[in-house]
Design a protein around this ligand. Structure first.
Ligand SMILES: [Zn+2]
Ligand SMILES: [Zn+2]
Length: 773
């Protein structure tokens, strides 16, 4: 039959031979000296033979299938298919292939190990009875958490059970042994009440804390708590002070209304215009809600404000990692509050380094680890000197005493499956990528040759832009705008030029890790920036030598008429940068791809996304996350082309429209997809109606990804959740994925040499980046 085709000179045949991979077949055949394989033959020929070829195959009872490969991109017509007589209506072979052939290959990602996984050691706890004023039935893990917390709010009897100190009575005297360090002392150690609640996001921690406050109504454990001498002068109040980032004020109030019986608990804000004016205001309430900045500002203004004039029953910090810089004004303010019990609630008690934990211990006043030096001496030092096993043993005991963490696995919500999807560049995309890659390598090698910090940082700014470009090519493919990288045409002064690229550089820099203020050493981290109250803040400044000055310090310097300079001579240009989500998800200087070109050639990654979306049952709703709005623009074009309805939520959507977009996504069954920027996805939204999430590109900071994925994988989710991470095969993104998956991240956390101080990290970062290219 094939000979018959070969005899017709006007026909051209392309043959693809695939070896059969079925092992059993192979073994059987190999013994007979044979290998089975599959032949795919594509027939190309002139239109005049069209009918004839069709009927010729028919005689052999062979039916022509759509092509799997595009060896030659011409019009595709199948004579055995009915609708193919109009040549003009026929698609090109390449279109048929992109539409039909691909099934997106998904590969499971092994679970990421976290430091806290080593530390979790809580066996089954008893369940505390549901407090009567809580109308929502508490889940098992929430009742267990209550048991843990109530136990921690009672005085220790030093019996050696889950306590740092144990009393040993000898014939002569009583000795108190520190079970972590082995040290002992004769004096009874001061007690601390409270601890750290460290479950992952989205598992009902807010309700658990509300339930804890509700237990105050049933019991009176005030008497069991010894009063610190230095706090004697402050009048006791029976209310709990809740400190949260501003976007969570509303979340707490909603949860209180939803879960507490009418009138069961009384609460009030201490924020902005609604401030407590006298101590008597507190008496009528069970909870007072305020923000970190409010407390920090009042502390700075002097201790006369209401929150500092009383001794609270309890202080609860939500998103407590806000205070992890022990030296910051905010941390000092929060630690200065008077309270009987103190709780730190956080998804990430250790974000960048072990000392993050030290600040939380200082807040809880866990003797002797309320002094960060003791923590450093008894624990951190051991890591640094390589005594890992002993350090882990000590940390385990410490966390068993103070820290409750319920890993997602122990909680009754459907599982989450993490998969990754490697996408191949098209040949044309690969060419663009390779070009940008070469530029990036040249720039980094350039930078590594610079001797002085200032000249290096100048080139480093360039490097960051190159890296951003590489990531953009991976998302946008041929729609990556090469002009993005061109130097400015006009001769500009340093200052003007810097003010144009400062935001972009800042965005790239802060994505790679926290940025430290050169004045107060507080660090800002993307996962926190997004929780802050932007309206209340002065914009920070960023110098071309990468020195950063936080908004608080800028304000302080300005009001004191201090000149703002980086200290280099001559001074480096300085520009202000914005921390709003709208600024962080923007790519400046990149023009929008034309709609017409988009409909023809979608970037390979977006094609893969559309293919996967189309393969899903119609009742599955999905969220598509990207760092940049620009990527979402292109995804939008892809969804339109595929007639998939969607809504979109990013930093440019006005506050007043946001809720209705979320509602539309939740309620309209025809809307299958929500496009969301990571910056907007980090806070506050509950999107459990969706059960599949796509991350369009790997992010440097896994915490930011987790915050976003917690929008869908949280209490209230009823289906198994799947998360899909796209990356381009054999590209920079693939390296970033490898770093994320390896334990390197963990090692960095533990061994990070710099602790709050200001160091020039750019050299280290450059070397790290170079190794990834
Ligand atoms: Zn500062
Ligand atoms: Zn400078």
């Amino acid at each position: 039959m094939i000979q018959g085709l070969l005899d017709e000179e006007k026909l051209k045949l392309y043959v693809l031979c695939t070896i059969d991979n079925d092992q059993t077949n192979q073994r059987r055949n190999r013994s007979r000296g044979q290998i089975s394989c599959m032949l795919e033959i594509t027939v190309y020929g002139p239109l005049e033979l069209f009918e004839e070829v069709g009927s010729w195959f028919q005689e052999y009872e062979i039916y022509l299938q759509d092509p799997q490969l595009c060896d030659l991109d011409v019009k595709y017509c199948n004579p055995q298919k009915l609708s193919s007589d109009d040549m003009d209506a026929c698609p090109m072979v390449s279109e048929v292939i992109s539409r039909e052939s691909e099934v997106v290959q998904l590969q499971d990602i092994p679970g990421r190990s976290e430091l806290l996984d080593i530390l979790t050691s809580h066996a089954d706890l008893e369940e505390t009875a549901q407090p009567p004023v809580i109308c929502t039935p508490l889940k098992r893990h929430q009742k267990q958490s209550l048991t843990f917390m109530l136990r921690r709010e009672q005085s220790s009897n030093f019996d050696g059970k889950l306590d740092i100190w144990e009393a040993i009575d000898t014939a002569q005297r009583r000795l108190f042994i520190n079970r972590i360090s082995g040290n002992n002392q004769a004096e009874e150690p001061p007690q601390s009440y409270g601890g750290i609640i460290a479950g992952p996001m989205g598992l009902g921690k807010t309700l658990t804390m509300i339930a804890l406050v509700a237990t105050d109504l049933d019991r009176d454990n005030v008497a069991s708590i010894a009063i610190d001498i230095d706090e004697n002068s402050k009048p006791d109040v029976s209310a709990t002070l809740i400190i949260v980032p501003p976007p969570l004020l509303g979340t707490w109030e909603e949860q209180l209304s939803e879960h507490v019986m009418d009138g069961g608990l009384k609460w009030q804000r201490h924020y902005s215009q609604t401030k407590l004016t006298s101590i008597n205001d507190i008496g009528a309430h069970n909870l007072i809600l305020t923000t970190y900045h409010t407390i920090s500002a009042e502390w700075k203004a002097g201790n006369a404000s209401i929150p500092f004039s009383v001794r609270w029953k309890r202080v609860i910090l939500d998103e407590a990692h806000f205070i992890r810089n022990g030296n910051s004004q905010m941390a000092r303010a929060i630690c200065g509050l008077h309270s009987k019990c103190r709780w730190a609630v956080t998804g990430t008690p250790i974000q960048n380094r072990l000392s993050d934990l030290a600040t939380l211990l200082k807040f809880i006043r866990v003797y002797p680890y309320n002094d960060p030096k003791c923590f450093d001496n008894d624990i951190t030092r051991l890591w640094k000197s390589g005594e890992d096993d002993e350090a882990v043993k000590r940390l385990k005991w410490l966390s068993a005493c103070l820290l409750l963490r319920r890993p997602k696995g122990t909680i009754n919500i459907p599982p989450r499956r993490d998969v990754k999807c490697a996408v191949d560049f098209s040949a044309a995309e690969r060419a663009v990528y390779d070009k940008v890659l070469q530029q990036a390598i040249t720039k980094i090698d350039d930078a590594l040759l610079q001797n002085s910090e200032v000249s290096r940082s100048g080139v480093y700014v360039n490097v960051l832009q190159q890296i951003e470009s590489l990531r953009l090519v991976c998302d946008l493919g041929l729609h990556y705008d090469a002009r993005h990288n061109k130097p400015m045409a006009l001769p500009l002064t340093d200052t003007v030029e810097w003010s144009i690229v400062a935001q972009r550089t800042f965005n790239a820099q802060q994505e790679m890790g926290p940025i430290t203020c050169s004045q107060c050493f507080s660090t800002i981290d993307l996962s926190e920036i997004l929780l802050q109250d932007m309206n209340a803040q002065q914009e920070p400044l960023f110098a071309r030598c990468l020195q950063f000055m936080c908004g608080d310090c800028v304000q302080r310097c300005r009001s004191a008429n201090h000149p703002i300079v980086c200290g280099h001579i001559p001074a480096c240009p300085i520009a202000s940068v914005s921390l709003t989500s709208s600024a962080l998800e923007d790519i400046q200087g990149h023009s929008f791809p034309l709609a017409e070109t988009l409909s023809i050639t979608l970037p390979s990654k977006v094609k893969a996304l559309v293919t996967d979306l189309r393969s899903l049952p119609s009742d599955i709703k999905c969220i598509v996350f990207s760092t940049w709005r620009r990527t979402l623009d292109v995804v939008e074009a892809g969804l339109e082309g595929a007639s998939l309805s969607f809504v979109r939520f990013d930093g440019q959507v006005p506050q007043k429209d946001r809720q209705s977009i979320v509602n539309q996504f939740k309620k309209d069954p025809s809307i299958r997809v929500m496009l969301l920027t990571l910056a907007c996805g980090a806070v506050g939204l509950t999107l459990t109606v969706a059960s599949r999430a796509y991350l369009m590109e790997p992010h440097w900071n896994p915490t930011v990804e987790e915050q976003a994925l917690a929008r869908i994988h949280r209490i209230g989710q009823t289906r198994e959740v799947t998360t899909v991470r796209f990356y381009m095969r054999d590209s920079f993104e693939e390296r970033v994925m490898e770093v994320q998956e390896s334990k390197k991240h963990l090692a960095n956390v533990l061994l990070s040499p710099h602790d709050g101080g200001q160091t020039d990290d750019s050299l280290g970062t450059l070397q790290k980046l170079r190794s990834l290219l």
